[in-house]
Design a binder for this molecule. Structure first.
Ligand SMILES: [Zn+2]
Length: 79
C-alpha cells in the first residue's frame, strides 16, 4: 500500500514539475513587439528618436517638430 502512495506522489510531483516548467516556457515565449523600429530617425536638433513618417525632413535631415526644423535650419545657415 505504501508503494502505491509513493507512486502516486511521484506522479503528482512529475505532473507539478511539468506544469510549472510549461508555464515558464509560455511566459518566456511572449511574442516580441512588432518591428516598428525599422524606420526610426533621430532629430538633428534634440536627438529624439521618432518614426520617419512623423518626422520633418529637410535636405536629408530629420527633425521632430517644425520648431526644431527652423532652429536647425537657422543654425546651419549661421554656420
Ligand atoms: Zn527635436
Amino acid at each position: 500500500m505504501t508503494k502505491i502512495i509513493l507512486v502516486v506522489l511521484g506522479l503528482l510531483l512529475v505532473y507539478w514539475i511539468l506544469k510549472s516548467y510549461r508555464r515558464r516556457v509560455d511566459r518566456g515565449g511572449d511574442k516580441a513587439p512588432p518591428a516598428t523600429a525599422e524606420n526610426m530617425v533621430q532629430c538633428e536638433r534634440c536627438g529624439v528618436h521618432l518614426p520617419r513618417s512623423e518626422s520633418i525632413t529637410t535636405q536629408g535631415r530629420f527633425y521632430c517638430s517644425p520648431e526644431h526644423q527652423r532652429a536647425g535650419d537657422a543654425e546651419r545657415r549661421a554656420g
